[in-house]
Write a protein that binds this ligand. Sequence first.
Ligand code: BG6
Ligand code: MG
Length: 234
Amino acid sequence: MQAVDIANILVLEVRPLPIKAAIFDLDGVIVDTAKYHYMAWRRLAEELGFVFTEKDNERLKGVSRMRSLEILLEVGGLSGRFTAEEMAAMAARKNEWYVQYISRMDESEILDGAVECLAGFRDLGVKTVLGSASKNAMLILNNLRLVPYFDVIIDGTRVTKAKPDPEVFLLGAKEAGVKPEESVVFEDAQAGIDAAKSAGMKAVAIGRPDELHGYDMIFRGLYEVKPREILEQD
Ligand code: BG6
Ligand code: MG
């Protein structure tokens, strides 16, 4: 009898905690904004006199604005050529263009299955959290009427450390009142998957298996995600 009890205790101890928060990246997971980031960075590269390809742009996904600029300059062979003030001015110019592009976005640019997925987690009593590096996240969420789908919103204005640092996800879980181990992150960028894992969270990749690694599960888009199955994966 005692042996059975001990066995039960052991089983309870090794069982992972249930998922209580679903944390979503924004760009590339909820909305199709990667193309606008790319258009704006490519325009800056053109001004600087080099070609910035879509393949180069993959390196910018999930990465902060200033780090993106550093990578862009590296691609153009221009690292270390500009002062901090010049870099800040270039990042600001890119952002002006980007904001012009995203201001024209409408609800058709919400990615397939995103709204259903957010609502589905809510229906199961799971907190929905935004964990985005973007300082433009509120503009996008407001324009596309997505704010009501989130219990907690953490964006690039709330954090100091960019992904792959886990700060954005840890703060999201904290504000949701949920432990990191009770959280699942949906991410399209390698930096975000790495951030989720170093936060001690479950990482669901959105993208292609040949482009991403280190995740727990992978789907092509949120349209393939069934919230109940994610919870049952524990
Ligand atoms: C991330 C994007 O969500 O936000 C990156 O994947 C982007 O490409 C970063 O650089 C910062 O965005 P923003 O809108 O603050 O320039
Ligand atoms: Mg992203």
